[in-house]
Structure formats: structure tokens, C-alpha cells
Design a protein around this ligand. Structure first.
Ligand code: SER
Length: 323
């Protein structure tokens, strides 16, 4: 029977993936972990504090829980990684190799996300093929390419069933992202509701690849449920959904907040990172090998973001009034 351990469960992907895993497989078989105290992030189900840089602690938790699948999400995102590259290297690389080693020793399957950041300025920009030149210019990208190679290595050398997705920027209303270059596409919604105005850290015409979190979570579940024999690629599949610029996103937001205004103060670090990534990934191999298909287009995503954020605000207001 499946028993699932999640690392980084309090983070941007982890929050929503854990909720989905609890629904799909049940609360008794899903253990959410994060380096932070559960009181600061856990909502329901089994949760505990775990630092995946501590190999002994990781091994103990995996063995004690009897995990069969590890969803390894603990990582530092791109802009935060440029602020402290050595810390990002330590967390992104050592965390992953520990997970893979424990998986090799215990027979666990592993999911870990890669990213559009695994590509660099020499990669074809539109679209970036599944198999192509990967020479990223960021520390985050370096750890993602090395992570893909490590996962493939543990698969061929030790038979670990390791699978991954190269995600574009992810947009969601549940947990805020932390330190990504694509974070603007989430912050802009909060700013639109708070003050109808946003100062964007990227130029208006910076076209980036993006996906709504609901599609991303479904992609993870579908990839992990796909028969192993159908997968030619494992680490990691390109997946994509939407491509838009900050100016186009602002137009889509004005459908819901007509007075919304945007100005631009490009941050040199984030702009350089965005410019080094492809505008679009070619995800035809994911579509062919395990039936990937995105559902949310830009207007659907924007409408659902406002619905979700307004529900959250109403819930907080009701909670504050009840205290
Ligand atoms: N969303 C991530 C970032 O901007 C890309 O994987 O860092």
C-alpha cells in the first residue's frame, strides 16, 4: 500500500500538493514534513519537522513511517538562490542526494520538480525542446540540471523510480511563493485586491512560461500514476500551459479590477534571470508519453485566482471578527 512522505510541505507547491494527496490517498498514509515547525504551516493530517539535509533523520522518518513514495519539494527558488548561492547549492543538492540515497536503500519512488530554470540563454527560446542544450546561468538552474542528472543516475544505477517535471512559473492563491523570478505573477493579484496598483520587477514585454497551480498538482499526480514502462524520459519532462507578459497579465486583471494600474521598475537580477529562460517549453513528449494536458487558459486562471483570494480574504475577515 502507498505511504507518502512530502518534504517542503509548507512551501508553494507543498501546501497544495499535500492537500491533494490527503484527499486522494487518505490522511493515514500521507506524512507532511518541512524544516519549519508544523505549527507554522500544517493544516490537517500527519505533520512533523524534518530537515532533509540531515541524512540520519531523513532515513529514520522514512523507515519509521514505512514510506513508499517521497515527494521532495524542499528547495530554494531562483532569485533567493542568487542572494545566497552557496546556501541554495547546499539545500538543493544535498537535500536531493539524501532523498535519492534513502530511496535507493529503502525502495521508495521519488518525485522532485525541475524547472524552466534548467535551461539557459543558449537553449532555443520558443519552444525549448525536451532534449536540448542546458547551460543555465543561475545557481538555481545549476542545481536543477544537476538534480535531473542525479535522478537519472539513481534510476539507472540503483533502480530508483525517480520522476520529475520541468515546471514553468506557478501561479496560486494558497501559499505565497518565496524568492522566485516568476513570483510577480502571484504578487500582482494581491496588489490588485489591496490597492489596485502594482510595481512590477520585470519589463512589460517579458514573456514567460507559466502554469496555474491546479494544473501543476494534477501533472504531478498523473506523472506518478503513469506506468513506468510508458516513460521514455523521467528527469524531467517539459510541461507548459500559458505564456504571457506582465502587460498582458495586467490587461487580464483589469477585466476583474477595472481601475488596476501597473508600473515597471525592473530589478536587474530578476530581469537577467527571466531573460535567460525560454519563453515556452515544448511539452509534446509529456503529452504523448503520459497524456499530459493543461486545462487553465489565462482568463480561467485569472478568474479562479480572484475567486480564491476573495474567499481567503472573507475567511480571514470572518476569523478576525470572531476573535
Ligand atoms: N518559479 C521558479 C522561480 O521563479 C522557477 O522554477 O524561481
Amino acid at each position: 500500500m502507498k505511504r507518502i512522505l512530502v518534504t517542503g510541505a509548507g512551501g508553494q507547491i507543498g501546501t497544495e500538493l499535500t492537500a491533494r494527496l490527503l484527499d486522494r490517498y487518505g490522511p493515514a498514509v500521507t506524512l507532511a514534513t518541512d524544516v519549519r515547525e508544523p505549527a507554522t504551516w500544517a493544516r490537517s493530517g500527519l505533520a512533523e519537522q524534518l530537515d532533509c539535509l540531515d541524512l540520519g533523520a531523513l532515513r529514520t522518518v522514512v523507515t519509521r513511517f514505512g514510506a513508499t513514495d517521497i515527494f521532495h519539494l524542499a528547495a530554494i527558488l531562483s532569485a533567493a538562490a542568487e542572494a545566497d548561492p552557496l546556501r541554495a547549492y547546499r539545500i538543493n543538492m544535498n537535500g536531493l542526494v539524501n532523498v535519492l540515497q534513502v530511496a535507493a536503500d529503502t525502495g521508495c519512488r521519488v518525485f522532485t520538480p525541475s524547472s524552466i530554470a534548467a535551461f539557459g540563454p543558449e537553449t532555443p527560446r520558443d519552444p525549448a525542446p525536451q532534449s536540448t542544450l542546458q547551460r543555465p546561468t543561475t545557481m538555481y538552474g545549476v542545481t536543477k540540471v544537476a538534480g535531473e542528472l542525479l535522478c537519472d543516475y539513481y534510476h539507472t544505477r540503483f533502480g530508483v523510480d525517480a520522476r520529475g517535471l520541468r515546471f514553468p512559473g506557478l501561479v496560486s492563491y494558497t501559499a505565497p511563493p518565496g524568492g522566485g523570478t516568476t513570483d510577480y505573477a502571484v504578487e500582482i493579484f494581491h496588489a490588485a485586491l489591496d490597492r489596485s496598483r502594482y510595481t512590477c520587477p520585470l519589463k512589460p514585454d517579458t514573456r514567460m512560461d507559466m502554469m496555474y497551480m491546479a494544473d501543476a498538482i494534477r501533472a504531478i499526480i498523473e506523472l506518478m500514476e503513469a506506468p513506468s514502462a510508458s516513460l521514455v524520459h523521467r528527469n524531467a519532462f517539459n510541461v507548459t500551459a500559458l505564456q504571457f507578459t506582465p502587460a498582458e497579465l495586467a490587461d487580464a486583471i483589469r477585466v476583474h479590477v477595472p481601475a488596476f494600474a501597473i508600473d515597471y521598475e525592473p530589478d536587474p537580477v530578476r530581469q537577467a534571470i527571466a531573460d535567460s529562460w525560454p519563453e515556452r517549453l515544448d511539452d509534446s513528449e509529456a503529452r504523448e508519453q503520459w497524456g499530459w494536458r493543461h486545462e487553465y487558459e489565462l482568463p480561467d486562471m485569472v478568474a479562479d485566482m480572484f475567486r480564491g483570494l476573495r474567499t481567503n480574504l472573507a475567511r480571514h475577515a470572518a476569523g478576525a471578527a470572531g476573535r
